[in-house]
Design a protein around this ligand. Structure first.
Ligand code: JFZ
Length: 431
């Protein structure tokens, strides 16, 4: 494996120690907010609506004409992110639909030319920075509006099982060279006109027949430019540069279940998750996760050594809808008392077995072990923990939890009634 890694090509010239230092804040902070916002908030039935319903540019134009986010208040977004305990935020500056929330010189298809008349990206950056939240840009490599982006198997105007000649005919007059330049120009704008940008989240590659990958984006040179413009930036892994050692800073397991996260142990990763399934605002989606499920995703990610970025899809008027507001508030309530088991934490040392119905996290600096009680049991058994712990307390109020031993096990004597906390946390001081 070591040899394989050595054989990997290099793009930058960073040592592993330098990379670790560059990413230290991100690995420590663990929890971010994703924001998917664009014209698709108007149809409010999935950010892929243009693809799903094969809408033409003319049909989609209605949403551009009517876009009027007159309740857009990024300060309120930032306050809600902060109150939820999120330390960074990533906004869709452009999604697959091609609409730019920022005032790009390279297109007219942008927020400043709508009834918004504002550079929404600039206001996002200013508001989140003011709250001390790190800022990131999501930028879609895919563009279903740009006239030079070739029609492929995923495009709204795709032809199912279309012959090569069919695609050749469809793409007459389209020039990916020009699109590549557009991509480069826009990313360059985003990385030079908005101050320090902490994260770039490029999305995504689908190499193969009727797909697009690294050559379509000129990914190697694009990444070089990105690193040159923003040396400290953290970049995701969707440029299709898997064969390059430093082609990505983190993996992006998407909408996976907590149990599946174990396979990423030891790697650098961030799982992205939604409240209800889609990323853009979807009015009629009725599959909203409970507070318990959301906290399990957060704790579960940290317990496997990764980050969670949780998505909000603001409405067309610019508000977080009430279900998102309430979910964020509930997460914040929990974080107020328990964030020490999240920030700076990772998986527990192997020598600690995971007690039934719990998740463990561990802070290597303070050497505290955190037991998250997913299902409350006031006589919780910690198997084989005898001799390993000095003291136990509830994290949210630092009230002592006495314990007894039973063979090699430790039994926690927790309060009879579950404390008023969605998932109570026991903090163990190790021997
Ligand atoms: C992409 C987008 O298409 C989607 O709308 C959203 O922005 C999400 C965060 O990212 O969706 C993907 C991208 C990659 C995979 C799956 C969905 N993948 O690699 O499995």
């Amino acid at each position: 494996i070591a040899l394989q890694a050595q054989e990997k090509k290099m793009i930058g010239q960073e040592t592993p120690a330098q990379k670790e230092k560059r990413m230290a804040w991100w690995t420590h902070d663990r929890f971010g907010m994703f924001i998917h916002w664009g014209l698709y908030a108007l149809p409010a039935r999935h950010e892929w609506v243009k693809h799903n319903e094969r809408l033409t540019n003319e049909q989609y134009q209605t949403y551009f004409d009517l876009f009027n986010p007159n309740q857009f208040d990024p300060k309120s977004w930032a306050k809600q992110a902060k109150a939820a305990g999120m330390k960074y935020a990533v906004l869709t500056t452009k999604h697959h639909e091609g609409f730019c929330l920022f005032d790009s010189r390279y297109t007219d298809y942008k927020a400043t030319n709508t009834k918004a008349h504002r550079d929404l990206v600039r206001e996002f950056v200013n508001a989140f920075r003011a709250e001390g939240i790190k800022v990131g840009f999501y930028y879609s490599l895919i563009d279903w509006h740009h006239p030079d982006f070739t029609i492929d198997g995923m495009h709204p105007q795709r032809v199912e099982n279309g012959a090569d000649s069919t695609y050749a005919r469809l793409n007459k007059g389209r020039d990916m060279n020009k699109y590549r330049q557009y991509l480069r120009n826009q990313i360059s704008e985003l990385l030079t006109q908005y101050g320090k940008i902490d994260i770039l989240w490029l999305d995504f590659s689908y190499p193969g027949k009727n797909g697009k990958g690294k050559d379509d984006w000129d990914a190697v040179n694009l990444l070089k430019m990105i690193r040159k413009l923003q040396p400290g930036i953290i970049v995701d892994n969707r440029l299709n540069l898997e064969e390059y050692e430093d082609g990505a800073d983190f993996l992006t397991p998407e909408q996976v279940k907590v149990e599946e996260l174990a396979q990423y142990r030891g790697k650098t990763w961030e799982t992205c998750q939604t409240f209800s399934g889609s990323w853009g605002y979807y009015r009629d989606e009725n599959s909203w996760k409970s507070t318990h499920q959301l906290l399990e995703l957060l704790i579960g990610s940290v317990s496997k050594g990764g980050n969670l970025i949780l998505n909000v899809g603001p409405t067309a008027r610019g508000l977080f809808d009430y279900r998102a507001q309430s979910a964020l508030g509930n997460i914040g309530d929990w974080m107020k008392g328990n964030s020490e088991s999240i920030y700076g934490c990772t998986y527990a040392p192997e020598s600690f077995e995971v007690p039934k119905n719990t998740m463990l996290t561990y802070n290597p600096t303070t050497q505290r072990l955190y037991v998250h009680l997913l299902e409350y049991n006031n006589r919780l058994q910690l198997p084989q923990y005898k001799g390993k712990i000095k003291y136990a307390q509830l994290l949210h109020d630092n009230s002592e939890v006495k314990f007894t031993t039973d063979g090699n096990n430790i039994i926690l004597n927790l309060p009879e009634k579950q404390p008023d906390m969605e998932i109570p946390v026991v903090e163990l001081v190790l021997n």
